[in-house]
Write a protein that binds this ligand. Sequence first.
Ligand code: BES
Ligand code: ZN
Ligand code: ZN
Length: 484
Amino acid sequence: MMRITIERQPLEQIEAGALIVLVFEGRKEARFGAGDLVDAGEVAGKSLELTLLHRPPGVAATRVLLAGAGKPEKFDPAELRRVAGTAVRHLKSKSVKNIALALDPEHADGEYAAAAVEGAILGEFEPDRYKTEDDKKSVEAFAVAAAGGAAELDAAVARGRVLAEAQNFTRGLVNEPANRLTPAKVAEAARQMASEYQLECEVLERKQMERLGMGALLGVAQGSAEPPALVVIRYRPAQTDSKAHLGLVGKGVTFDTGGISIKPAEGMEKMKYDMAGGAAMIGAMRAIAQLKPAIPVTAFIPCVENMPGSRAQRPGDIVTAMSGKTIEVINTDAEGRLILADALSYARQQGATHLVDAATLTGAIVVALGHLNVGLFANDEAMRDRVLQAAKAEGERMWPMPLEDDYKEYLKSAFADLANVGGRWGGAVTAAVFLKEFAGDTPWVHLDIAGTAWLDESKPFLAKGPSGVPVRTLVRLATEWKDW
Ligand code: BES
Ligand code: ZN
Ligand code: ZN
């Protein structure tokens, strides 16, 4: 774990393996030996451009890393998060263990300081747990250097650390292969996290699901030798006058083969990340436990493995969901909406007044939005705006998608109340419309993270693999909650 501190002494006196200095486009940085490079046009301050200097005169740090921050008018905490991540990843590759980042006085506020810490911790993460080489590099210490920084920085830096560590916790879970992270193991990880942070954790087993009538969830689970688990994690504030109770519902398919409607072999190994929504909820609860928002929050994570086999459900099977609705299972690969249907019903039964779900739900959302935006669907405008606002503040990009009743047509079944798939077109929308049937009149937002929860290529500021989206948005939603 990285040691995180604030340095308030003059930048020149900071002892570190490297001091990161931001260079803006169009501003002639002359400090720290940058002057000649800027004059020669070698350092332009373009976003994420890096130039490493060794032992520049007059500086206690061993190195200065000039880090391009782009145009000053475009600079914001999200950009600083990326710059810090990029710089830390670069320095880590050079085995630098002790890093400080200089914040200019104009950016020495809480949002920027938190973003710098987040960028560093998120950038440091590597999904290399199962590589056995014994000389893995790691950054040991990161300091935000803000000469004369205000007292608000301490709380902000602590918050940034909590958020980024929670996000990395989620990334670690998502990265676990399905042989090591079964539904029971997700439950165990949740239990352990909950006991560490004084949250309440309960795990519903098959028997209890049967008693509750969760036929949709159980139908998906029946094909696997691994028993299902519905993980419930509760946070309750010490005192609150809020009437709201936030429910976080996350898809926890530890592996999605497609079931009898089996997926092609090509790329199937990636389907270990089909529990990224559930892992995001567990990570969010980890941060919420530490940041202690004023509203009660409960996470509901239905965990199953979607397998083919002699016990598996078949296309054409009709299941009865907890809500009483019957569903014709046309395609067993559309399993996420089935398990979420029952989890949403249970969350409402447990008293959630507002719901957010996150799920790697459809390939169609990747077709629609690529890998840049989470698809956001809502049955309530105020709730949609709350989530969009939190996402914007956290630099997690989300794009509103339609959710009109007319789409329900697509889910018509001749034999049951609804079918679990809606034909060829608008697949992300029909999946969301299916879920809407189970959210009822509870204000609800659905986040389709199939395109954003996993990076196929690394970015300068983030390793390839699990991204940890949308942990930060969920935590901000909870911590900034106000009844209206
Ligand atoms: N887990 C998949 C969705 C998915 C696809 C996530 C690609 C990440 C990357 C989901 O369970 C699924 O298989 N959905 C089907 C639905 C279809 C059968 C209507 C899909 O998107 O193809
Ligand atoms: Zn599937
Ligand atoms: Zn799936």
